[in-house]
Structures are given as C-alpha cells and as structure tokens.
Write a protein that binds this ligand. Structure first.
Ligand SMILES: Cc1ncc(COP(=O)(O)O)c(C=O)c1O
Length: 374
C-alpha cells in the first residue's frame, strides 16, 4: 500500500502490541520558539525548567573541544581513557565503571539486561519520569510505590512489594523532582530484597552524600551519575554507573559500541581536570538554593520542599500553579509545572545565579500580588 494511512496500518502490524499504548515524551518547547511567541530576545530567557547548570560548563571544555582534532575517528567503545580519569574521581578502578550516553542510556541498558517480558521494576513516585518509560520500553511493568509525606522512600512498602518477578528497584537520591535524599540505612535495607537496586545520584555533587562505597560489598547495587548537572554538560550526554566489574562487562556486551561520542569524552576529561572551578560553581548553587528556599518560605502561598539538589519543588497553597507557570513564561522565565496527584498544583525550578533567582523572586511576588494570592 502506498498511502500514508495504509503504510501506518502495515507498520502497526509489525509493532510490538504494547508499544501502541506508549505516549510520546512531552518534549519542552525550544527556547527560540517561546521567545518568538512573546517577541523576546532568546538570550534574555531564563531557563529554569530542566535542572541545568546556570554557570554552564568549564571554560576548559570549550578549549578542549576546539582543539580536539580526532572527530573523524571512531571513539573507543570501552571509553578506556575516560573511565581511567573517572576512576580517580570516584575512587573505584575503571573496571567498576560503565560510561554511557547520559545516565538515561545506562538506565535503559540495565533494564534490557534484567527484564523479561512482564517482569517488574519498582519506582518510588513521584520521581524521574524516564524510569517509567524505560521499564515499559524494555517489556517490563513499572510498579509505583508512593513516597511518604516528606517524600521519603517507603522502604517497608517497597520490601513488601518485591516478589519473584521484581528485578529492579529505582531510587533517585536526591530525588527529582522533590530533592529528597534517601539515607544510606534505607538503601541497605532495600538491598536485602535481592533485586538490583539502582541508586540514581544525578544530583550527587549538590548533595554531597553517596552510597557508592556500598557497591564494593553489594553486587546488586548500581550507582548512576551524570555530567549533565554539576559539570554543565547536559547537551553532550555523558553519564556513568559504578557497579561490580561483572555487571560492567555484561553492559558492554549489549551497549551500542559507539553510543558515546568523542566530544562527550573530551568534555568529561576536561571537566575532571577543572574540578576546582566546578566546585566553586557547585558551592554557589548550594548557597543560592538555601537563600532561595528561605525567601520562598516568606511567600506564604508557596510551600517549598527542602532540597539537596539544584532545584526546588513548591506546592501552591493558594492560587494556581498552571497560571503561575504561564505568567512566568510570559515574562521570559521557564519553570516546570506538575499536576499529578502528589504534585498537585506544584512548580519546580532550577536554582540559577543570584541575579536569576532575584528575577524569579521578583516575578513570583508581582504575579502573586496581581492575582491576589498574597
Ligand atoms: C534523577 C535523574 N536521573 C537521570 C537523569 C538523566 O541524566 P542524563 O542527562 O545523564 O541522561 C536526570 C535528568 O534530569 C534525572 O533527574
């Protein structure tokens, strides 16, 4: 059949049946499109919607990428030089580190290695949305175990839910979008269930806490990290996992050999060589997170959740979060809006530079006064 409609029907017959129920990722609108809609200069838009680093990457990354002259050569499928550089940073030998195209790729690979059709993976909601998609895409069934009142992992409920078909338990710590850290003791209890426990420490550098040392004694623990947030490399896609050498080599059996590009590797090594600079930007973000959190408390219609990451989630106790998001966008400030059960009437914004946060606070105050929420 040659019609577009006919072609769709043929493809539908070829697709795995469960794929038909999947929904497309709600991709954020490009800054340029938003700026064009409101008639702004895109450079003035304040992007606080994806937990990115307001200080950008290290200047050494720009220099290293500009002088790199091997773009025509395939990268090393085992990323040996980069894993060696990472080994020094994380305190584990290279054989304990898998390097991927963002931590998203490692999430996907771990699920493809562990889930047979219909196997289960536990997620502690509200949490990072991609777990759900990746579990379903791997043929698994996501099981939501809601977090408690302070967004802490409900360890008893997770342990009670583990059954013979449960392969993986995901714990983001600090969690996105709540910023909540899971205590080491809770992770130890989760490990006792025997499933693969994936502790996603995408925001580790902003929190300063890690469960990585436990990887040495627990073969079923994986700690995921990324360069997207602390190192400002979200656009280059670089993430890694710390896990037993056996699991690392199993990952490399199925990983597309060239999924991580040469530029990402160059950038990661340049970032690791400029840790003092990055540490200053992390300290600045942490200080601003605390200042912003305190100032938000003063706005009585907002309830900020204490965060160990580089973003803050706030529930509106008066007013309408969707309207607030819209009004902020009209002023060139992009934030994330949530409306699911636990995150009803909530917004999340990344912590910016001091001047960004001042602009955000001013705008929120003005909008709230105009709408009568104060
Ligand atoms: C908890 C968590 N894990 C993983 C990721 C994805 O990281 P990457 O950019 O390395 O794929 C994010 C990104 O927002 C995240 O919040």
């Amino acid at each position: 059949m040659t019609t577009a409609e006919g072609a769709t029907r043929i493809v539908d017959r070829l697709l795995r049946p469960e794929v038909r129920a999947f929904v497309e990722y709600a991709a954020p609108e490009p800054v340029e499109a938003i700026a064009a809609r409101y008639g702004f200069d895109p450079a003035t838009v304040l992007k606080l919607d994806q937990n990115e680093n307001p200080y950008g990457c290290s200047p050494r990354v720009q220099a290293a990428l500009a002088s790199f002259d091997q773009y025509h050569i395939y990268p090393d499928p085992l990323a040996r030089a980069t894993r060696t550089a990472l080994a020094e940073y994380v305190g584990f030998p290279p054989a304990w580190i898998a390097f991927g195209n963002g931590s998203d790729e490692l999430i996907e690979l771990l699920l493809r290695l562990t889930l047979a059709l219909g196997d289960r993976a536990i997620i502690c909601t509200p949490t990072f949305a991609y777990y759900d998609t990746a579990i379903a895409a791997a043929g698994g069934v996501p099981l939501d175990i809601p977090r408690g009142d302070a967004f802490q992992v409900d360890v008893d409920a997770v342990l009670a839910a583990v059954d013979a078909r449960t392969r993986v338990i995901f714990v983001a710590s600090p969690n996105n979008p709540t910023g909540t850290v899971t205590p080491v003791e809770d992770v130890v209890r989760l490990l006792s269930a025997g499933a693969l426990v994936v502790v996603d420490e995408a925001y580790h550098e902003f929190a300063g806490q890690t469960v990585a040392p436990l990887v040495r004694s627990h073969e079923n623990l994986v700690v995921l990290r990324t360069f997207s947030k602390w190192a400002g490399l979200a656009g280059l896609r670089a993430g890694y996992g710390i896990m037993s050498p056996h699991l690392v080599s199993t990952i490399y059996r199925i990983k597309p050999p060239y999924s991580v590009n040469a530029a990402a590797e160059v950038a990661v090594r340049a970032s690791l060589a400029d840790r003092a600079h990055l540490a200053e930007t992390i300290a600045a973000v942490r200080a601003e997170r605390d200042r912003l959190g305190a100032r938000l408390m003063d706005l009585l219609f907002l309830r900020p959740v204490p965060s160990a990451a580089n973003f803050i989630l706030c529930q509106l106790t008066r007013g309408d979060a969707s309207l607030l998001r819209q009004r902020l966008e009209a002023r060139g400030i992009l934030v994330r809006y949530y409306r699911t059960d636990r995150l009803r009437n909530s917004i999340r914004f990344s912590v910016g530079r001091p001047e960004h946060n001042d602009r955000l606070l001013l705008a929120i105050g003005e909008i709230a006064r105009q709408e009568g929420w104060l």
